[in-house]
Design a protein around this ligand. Structure first.
Ligand code: WTA
Length: 639
């Protein structure tokens, strides 16, 4: 098992050691894993190119580290408790042995379908155990999985499948989320119409609704499984072979397929999981994230399973059938560590205390949050009412790109401060830099958050676009990885994440690019141009405010347009990207060179309508007054 950091003094010591001798430190952690062939060199790196390789020439398989390495003493231990959307339906659980067999069997299914090492497999599934099986089976045979969140539209799915060049799509007939049934197969069918690379779709039966199956392309999971053997010897892969591609949003419209490789990611997710959550043998851990996002990859699948943890996986939503659903699950499974997003906490807090009636929550030891800044009010509510003043909160800052947690308390070890991610994990060397790249040293400083030295879990490239990887992350500041976040280091040296400094926004913990939403809005036949900004939202953290120039309004007038713009975004990206406000305008504040001055739009979205600073560079300053007037009228109309 990975080493445990169990006191503040050992954290301080290990932190110093990990920075003074990073390769020595990460070799020490890596040596607790099972390698088919040991690496020749711990790290090769150059942030200019960039080129990052950990555990050079090491050979392994990550599933051997989940299963073979620990199966003899974990056969009967539960790996996955699965809680269905509807509490009235039967729950399931899989022991390590059962998950192991399911993984091997599905690995054989994939092989029989012609999937080979290095092939990409797209996965578009609801939150059911077979999703985990599908991912692990890919890893077992050295195929690269690319999970696409099941809330994405057909168009977004197709775009990601095409970018990854996936040969196989693993999907389901449908899925349940609260009271809704999601027609997953129908969306997948639509997506496959605009993909040329997919040769096979493997369809899991979840809802039992009848769905069309295209002959020669679509096969049922349960049919393919019938004759597949339960034993599959893991395929040996290189330390730097890709484990998965995961798409995330950036400042331009096109999503980026971040590539995580095998060995470094394995070492880093396992080490952070064990130490941040202080997971102990026998604990039950519950991460509420969807596997479609990185939190689910690192802290529902890989990190916990590599530590032999018992996981709770939940198919549904926190507010259905009522707002006590998470608390009921925590009591049912006697959960010890609970990891969720601030948006869920704020939503549940807003629904009132009555949902906590009759809930014990006494099993909880550690609470975690991720994905966006947590405001003090939500932090205290979580701490007092869920943690009953006895559970440390780990406010974990990290990103799809970082693979694992970067700045966070270690539970019960690093003293917490509301809304602070506190201190860097071992081996992580943050730097705060001004806009010119000068490092701001010492305490009580604020600036851009960058990282000075590689860590094993970092993404290695953007699939098919290494140049974009270079300029996005390493082109901004020389010899530093740029995170895109603003940060403050306080008088105690504690880090507080201030939010994105680029055009990425964070809506209910879902990461979106403003350009991506604008592109979707512009697909609306009546929209000429649009601009999207974020505004503070009491539950979602950030809300989406869209300004759209429309040529003409047909039936329904402005209200009709607003609605159909929202529908367009739902159709093109997915329902989670739906704008909260759409304002129809006749122009946008632009400079003479044609650049939209978003600063002004942000102020308008905030409801701050008077002082816009210097507007002399605007092509047409009068447009600002018009937008302000219209925005006020819309607010008044909404009450
Ligand atoms: C934000 C999610 C404040 C941040 C794991 C980052 C946070 C982006 C925190 C990455 C936190 C994540 N406090 N902000 N604890 N955690 N963020 O790629 O802006 O979906 O850059 O990864 O979420 O989002 P992503």
């Amino acid at each position: 098992m990975v080493p445990n950091i169990s006191s503040l003094s050992s954290y301080i010591l290990e932190y110093q050691r990990s920075c003074a001798n990073p390769t020595g430190y990460w070799a020490y952690v890596a040596d607790t894993f099972y390698w088919r062939r040991k690496y020749d060199e711990v790290l090769r790196w150059d942030f200019e190119k960039p080129e990052i390789a950990w555990y050079v020439n090491g050979k392994l398989n990550i599933t051997e580290n989940i299963f073979e390495r620990q199966i003899y003493y974990r056969r009967k231990q539960v790996a996955l408790y699965w809680e269905p959307n509807d509490p009235g339906q039967p729950a399931r659980s899989l022991t390590y042995q059962e998950l192991f067999e399911a993984t091997q069997q599905f690995a054989n299914v994939l092989i029989a379908q012609g999937v080979r090492k290095g092939d990409r497999v797209a996965i578009y599934m609801p939150m059911v155990p077979e999703l985990v099986v599908a991912m692990l089976a890919c890893a077992r045979i050295g195929a690269v999985h690319s999970v696409i969140f099941a809330g994405f539209s057909a168009q977004s799915l197709a775009e990601r499948i095409n970018d990854a060049g996936a040969r196989v799509l693993i999907t389901a007939d449908g899925g349940y989320r609260g009271e809704k049934t999601i027609p997953i197969k129908a969306i997948a069918d639509e997506a496959m119409e605009s993909t040329e690379c997919v040769e096979r779709a493997i369809v899991l039966r979840r809802t039992g609704e009848s769905v069309p199956m295209k002959a020669g392309r679509d096969y049922w999971w349960h049919d393919l499984k019938k004759n597949a053997p339960l034993v599959h010897e893991a395929v040996e892969v290189d330390a730097e072979d890709p484990l998965y591609i995961l798409y995330t949003s950036g400042s331009t419209g096109k999503p980026k397929g971040l590539v995580h490789t095998t060995a470094g990611y394995m070492v880093y997710t396992a080490h952070t999981f064990r130490n941040v959550f202080q997971y102990e043998e026998g604990d039950v851990y519950f991460c509420s994230a969807d596997i479609g996002w990185v939190t689910g990859h690192s802290y529902l699948v890989y990190g916990p399973l590599l530590n032999g943890a018992t996981n709770v996986m939940f198919e549904g939503v926190p507010t259905w059938p009522d707002a006590g659903r998470y608390w009921q699950i925590i009591d049912k499974y006697r959960v010890n560590q609970f990891y969720t997003a601030p948006t869920a906490i704020r939503a549940l807090m807003a629904l009132g205390m009555e949902w906590l009636n009759g809930k014990d929550l006494g099993s909880l030891k550690v609470l975690g949050t991720v994905g966006e800044p947590i405001n003090e009010e939500a932090w205290h509510w979580y701490h007092d009412h869920i943690g009953k003043n006895k559970c440390p909160i780990v406010d974990t800052w990290w990103q799809t790109e970082t693979g694992g947690i970067m700045i966070s308390p270690l539970a019960g070890i690093i003293p917490t401060k509301p809304s602070y991610a506190t201190l860097p994990f071992v081996g992580i060397q943050p730097a705060i830099v001004d806009d010119n790249g000068n490092e701001l040293t010492g305490n009580s400083v604020e600036g851009n958050l960058a990282i000075k030295f590689p860590w094993p879990g970092m993404a290695r490239t953007i699939w098919g676009d290494h140049e974009r990887f270079r300029h996005t992350y390493f082109g901004r500041f020389a010899n530093l990885y740029f995170t895109g976040d603003g940060v403050k280091r306080d008088e105690d040296g504690y880090y507080r994440i201030l939010g994105r400094v680029d055009d990425v926004i964070n809506v209910s913990g879902h990461r979106l690019g403003t350009a991506e939403i604008e592109n979707a809005i512009n697909e609306h036949p009546l929209v000429v141009e649009s601009a999207v900004v974020a505004f503070p939202h009491p539950v979602k953290g950030q809300g989406i405010y869209a300004f759209a120039i429309c040529n003409e309004f047909s039936t329904g007038g402005e209200a009709g347009i607003r609605q159909s713009v929202v529908k367009t975004v739902e159709r093109i990206i997915g329902p989670f990207a739906r704008p909260d406000k759409v304002l129809v305008v006749s122009g946008l504040p632009k400079t003479r060179s044609g650049k939209i001055m978003r600063r002004i739009l942000r102020k308008i979205a905030l409801g701050e309508g008077d002082d816009f600073g210097d507007t002399t560079t605007l092509l047409d300053p009068a447009v600002v007054d018009e937008i302000v007037t219209k925005a006020r009228a819309m607010e008044a109309e909404a009450g």
